[in-house]
Design a protein around this ligand. Structure first.
Ligand code: G
Ligand code: G
Ligand code: MN
Ligand code: NA
Length: 254
């Protein structure tokens, strides 16, 4: 069976689910949020990673429906967290480049917030540099409309895209997520450290929170704290977890 064929019924057959990776506050060592990560377990194809099926879903024109499902599921999970007395934590959702070009996104976010009862400041949307740069002016407009809804916006994979930094000052963002490629040279290499320090300072000077991704080693974690990074996400703290495991993790890390 081809991926395209199986993808066509992925929503009606309820084959998607979300895993959640905790993001830890480096000052308090407490959980400061979670990132929702899409998983597809197909009866015919087995586990298909998002890097495989999301580009195909984009080409097929079904990424908008999938993103709407992800938004709804992530907001519902936030409500379940509240019901279990865990407290309110921001949930980050990844947006695909294609969906972002569509004005329907703003309506979809607004409607999801309304229908799930989610408080907007607990929904964070992750966008990439390539997504924003493909049309900077319309991206600024769209981000403004999303901000007006009260949600936050993170720039994901920061440092891997365009080298021009002038656009950063024009974008209404809340958070930078430093790409995991920066982690490789963070500990042993002074130049790598200097670059990461500069990226963190850049984010702070623009008033953004800075979260480092792909933290796998304690030495990286400790350097990031020395460099005043705000948050860390990575296998060292926790892998992406299915919902029941996430709720256990949150209860164990109050
Ligand atoms: O969790 P994992 O490493 O397998 O994710 C691989 C890639 O898939 C990451 O770049 C991530 O941003 C992307 N991804 C995961 N979940 C979603 C999603 O719900 N929507 C979109 N558009 N991308 C996602
Ligand atoms: O592109 P984005 O940042 O959304 O992708 C997040 C991806 O990074 C997820 O697929 C997640 O599984 C993966 N990831 C999370 N923590 C780590 C880590 O510590 N090391 C590596 N190699 N990947 C990670
Ligand atoms: Mn992400
Ligand atoms: Na990233």
């Amino acid at each position: 069976l081809r991926i395209e064929t199986a993808l066509r019924s992925v929503l009606s057959r309820r084959e998607l689910r979300l895993h959640y990776q905790p993001i830890m506050d480096l000052q308090t060592e407490r959980v400061m949020g979670v990132e929702a990560l899409l998983r597809w377990n197909s009866p015919e194809l087995g586990e298909v990673p998002p890097t495989r099926f999301i580009p195909i879903a984009e080409e097929m024109g079904i990424i908008e429906d999938i993103t709407c499902w992800v938004l709804r599921e992530a907001c519902s999970m936030n409500q379940r967290m509240l019901q279990q007395g865990i407290g309110n934590l921001p949930v980050s959702v990844n947006l695909s480049d294609i969906h972002f070009r569509s004005r329907a996104l703003v309506d979809a976010v607004a409607q999801t917030l309304k229908e799930t009862g989610m408080e907007p400041q607990y929904l964070d949307l992750e966008v990439t540099e390539s997504l924003l740069m493909s049309n900077l002016d319309s991206a600024i407009d769209l981000l403004g409309e999303l901000s007006d809804l009260g949600v936050t916006v993170s720039l994901d994979d920061f440092g891997t895209g365009y080298s021009s930094l002038t656009y950063l000052q024009r974008l209404p963002l809340d958070r930078l997520k430093v790409d995991r490629s920066f982690m490789q040279n963070l500990v042993a290499d002074q130049r790598g450290q200097a670059v990461t320090r500069a990226v963190i300072a850049l984010g702070h000077s623009l008033g953004l929170m800075v979260v480092a991704e792909g933290v796998e080693e304690k030495t990286q974690h400790d350097w990031l704290r020395k460099l005043n990074c705000d948050g860390v996400q990575g296998f060292l703290m926790a892998r992406p977890l299915q919902e029941d495991r996430l709720l256990e993790f949150l209860k164990a890390h109050p």
